[in-house]
Design a protein around this ligand. Structure first.
Ligand SMILES: *Cc1c(COP(=O)(O)O)cnc(C)c1O
Length: 408
């Protein structure tokens, strides 16, 4: 078993097969079918100067190597470094930079990434400019002689806006910049940014990759030999690496990524279409709907549209609070990408620290709700929402009946 990732050009199997087999040959020492949890901190030398490819578990661990090989192959990339969380994966990418360097960032980037950039790395002399990732001219205008990196999410959270990854890739290449894409929402099943021109992909494996809402993890993926060497150095030197048990769970989860993403998407479509025709809903955001302003781009650069749907409920904050507090299957929680459906209210949860005057122009209005549609039966999910959504005047609804009953 080798800890390096000689994965170049590894396209001979289809995605679902790679998710189950890549990096996951039967264990060479015992024949165990499933990669074991190598719960050890260090590895004994055969003799001075000679080991079996492993030395100390911060640097390499066989369970982690298996996960890394698998994730690299799913992104059709050469290398992957597993990280302790999505945010530590982001930090590993920023570790490529030095004081004085400038980064261009999508304005609706994940809140924790924004916090990492502004509250941690800005103290180290890095500067960040936030732009609308779908506006290629805005990206170009933001480039300065100090710019080193462009960091985008696509689709974004929670409004599912897209950046044209191919165009941004051409721009960054022509200007000698590194282009990093947070591919957490789409997953490599639906979108492979490195094939579109990105240099680096990062993941919060906490979400769809592990898929069961039971670990925190991250990954950095690249096909660039030079970047990989520097990223690998920092992954080890800083040391925010995942333990073998979390790697095992991520590997267990990723085996069903293809199956799960198909089901997440089919449920998300069903929910989005139901919401679109519902009288209590003002607006629905899902890149798979023809009403999405970037529907054509979504079809061009993605193989599917994912499992996150956002909508604006009529009746503002009260109506939205009422909805998120009363669903029975959709659990009120931050995060996404697990088999269990989640619901959240960005204005008072994930985006609460952003002042109303700043978040409203970005579309994060008081009535906005974000759904991470799980893989329960879609009929049950729709019934769960239907029971709590506000009705247009004159409609009776089961929620009102419940409330009347409760008051009586
Ligand atoms: C959750 C998330 C992160 C952060 O990942 P953690 O695993 O929570 O550290 C980064 N980007 C996106 C898009 C996320 O959804």
């Amino acid at each position: 078993m080798s800890q390096v990732n000689p994965t170049a050009g590894r396209q001979e199997y289809c995605f679902a097969t790679k998710a189950i087999h890549e990096g996951q040959e039967p264990d060479p020492s015992t024949g165990a079918l499933i990669t074991p949890i190598y719960q050890t901190s260090t590895f004994v030398l055969e003799e001075l100067g000679k080991n079996k490819g492993y030395q100390y578990a911060r640097t390499h661990n066989p369970t982690r190597s298996a996960l890394e090989e698998c994730l690299a192959s799913l992104e059709n990339a050469k290398y992957c470094l597993a990280s302790a969380s999505g945010l530590s994966a982001a930090a590993t990418v920023i570790n490529l930079l030095s004081a004085g360097d400038h980064v261009i960032v999508g304005e609706d980037v994940y809140g924790g990434v924004y916090r990492l950039f502004e509250k941690v790395f800005s103290r180290y002399g890095l500067t960040f400019t936030y732009i609308d990732g779908k506006d290629i001219d805005a990206i170009e205008r933001a480039i300065t002689p100090k710019t080193k990196l462009v960091w985008l999410e696509s689709p974004t959270n929670p409004l599912l806006r897209l950046a044209d990854l191919r165009k941004v890739g051409e721009l960054t290449k022509s200007r000698g910049l590194i282009f990093a894409v947070d591919n957490t929402f789409a997953t490599p099943y639906f979108q492979r940014p490195i094939e579109l021109g990105a240099d680096i992909v990062i993941h919060s494996t906490t979400k769809y990759i592990s898929g069961h809402s039971d670990i925190i993890g991250g990954a950095v993926v690249t096909s660039n030999d030079e970047l990989y060497e520097v990223l690998k150095f920092h992954n080890n030197a800083v040391g925010a690496v995942p333990g073998p048990f979390d790697c095992f769970l991520a590997l267990r989860g990723v085996k069903t990524l293809a199956l799960r993403m198909k089901e997440h998407q089919s449920n998300a479509f069903a929910v989005a279409r139901f919401l679109e025709q519902h009288p209590g809903i003002e607006e629905v955001y899902y890149p798979g709907l023809e009403s999405h302003p970037q529907y054509d781009l979504a079809r061009e650069q993605m193989k599917g549209f994912g499992g996150v749907v956002a909508c604006v409920v009529k009746g503002g904050i009260e109506a939205a609070r009422d909805v998120v507090s009363n669903t029975k299957l959709f659990q009120l929680a931050e995060s996404l990408g697990g088999v269990k459906s989640l619901i959240c209210h960005p204005a008072s949860m994930t985006h609460a620290p952003i002042p109303k005057e700043v978040r409203e122009p970005l579309g994060i209005v008081d009535g906005l709700i974000r759904l991470s549609v799980g893989i329960e039966e879609s009929e049950d999910l729709i019934r769960d929402l239907d029971a709590v959504l506000p009705r247009a005047k004159g409609f009776s609804n089961s929620n009102e009946k419940q409330l009347v009953g409760a008051n009586a």
